[in-house]
Design a binder for this molecule. Structure first.
Ligand code: CA
Length: 284
């Protein structure tokens, strides 16, 4: 089966301050509302057999290349997704925080705020799944982006079918903890929509970062996170420029608020030599 291919390799690695159009596709001038059709584009969604229900999930396509963005929009729309678009870094961030997208397809080469910076900023506030697209394929970059909180990664040129398979896989994983939902463990309820924490029906006041930390850990119970993991995933930072003690201190403060005895924590336990784990204590 032939593939639907986007962009040429390297197209997207430039950090150009130019407006939101890529000049590299002079052969496919952007025409709003029309699907750009190139010689490589030979596969339509109907050729993949009976479409699976995609349940009206909303995908945000953050991509400055108009042709690419528009092609992705139409492709995913025909498969039953709702699609929103953003053409630069700042509008991508606004869209993530103001719309209820279920997943972001994030191009790394975005004007304004580049893609990796957008990813860091998203992860400060949101657990929304993010699949990064890049023109570069290096192991270092993949590792760095995955550590920064990307859920998956595709390298240009990529096939639409492959990207869609990855979108489905990431959304399946996300079903465990949808970004907009409440996380409830026994008496403890973390509501990411209203950013409130209640314990035994009592609201527990939290600072922004205390909330982010607890919400992040509570979304992945029993998983052990190192302080470095938490710095990256919750703070969008690294140990190089923010001390790991930031994490230690915030864990201490969250424990003071939610633990009955913060010297013998039951919700957030220390895994010696590694980091921390959130678990729901068994009922007494
Ligand atoms: Ca780009």
């Amino acid at each position: 089966m032939s593939k639907t291919v986007l962009d040429r390799p390297g197209d997207n690695t430039r950090r150009s301050a130019a407006p939101a159009e890529d000049s590299s596709r002079a052969d496919a001038p952007p025409r709003p509302g029309l699907r750009p059709v190139g010689p490589q584009e030979t596969v339509t969604p109907t050729m993949f057999g009976t479409p699976e229900p995609r349940g009206g999930r909303t995908i945000l396509v953050a991509e400055d290349d108009h042709s690419c963005r528009s092609a992705l929009h139409h492709y995913f729309e025909r498969l039953g997704y709702r699609v929103a678009e953003a053409a630069d870094g700042p509008s991508s961030l606004r869209a993530v925080f103001s719309q209820s997208a279920d997943l972001v397809i994030l191009d790394l080469g975005l004007p304004g705020v580049d893609g990796s910076e957008v990813l860091i900023k998203i992860r400060r506030h949101s657990a929304i799944p993010v699949i990064v697209c890049s023109g570069q394929d290096s192991e270092d970059q993949r590792i760095r982006l995955l550590n920064m909180g990307a859920d998956d990664f595709v390298v240009k040129p990529f096939s639409f079918a492959e990207l869609e398979a990855r979108v489905r896989a990431v959304l399946r994983r996300g079903v465990v903890a949808p970004a907009s939902s409440q996380i409830a463990h026994g008496d403890l309820v973390v509501d990411r929509g209203t950013r409130t924490v209640t314990l035994r029906d009592e609201v527990i006041p939290m600072t922004r970062k205390e909330f982010d930390l607890l919400a992040f850990m509570a979304a992945s119970p029993e998983q052990v996170f190192s302080r470095e993991d938490l710095l990256e995933r919750v703070w969008g930072s690294t140990a190089q420029w923010q001390g790991r003690s930031t994490v230690t201190e915030h864990v201490r403060r969250v424990r003071l608020k939610i633990e009955d005895d913060s010297d013998h924590p039951r919700w957030i336990t220390t895994v010696r030599g590694i980091g921390y784990r959130f678990s729901a204590p068994e009922a007494d």
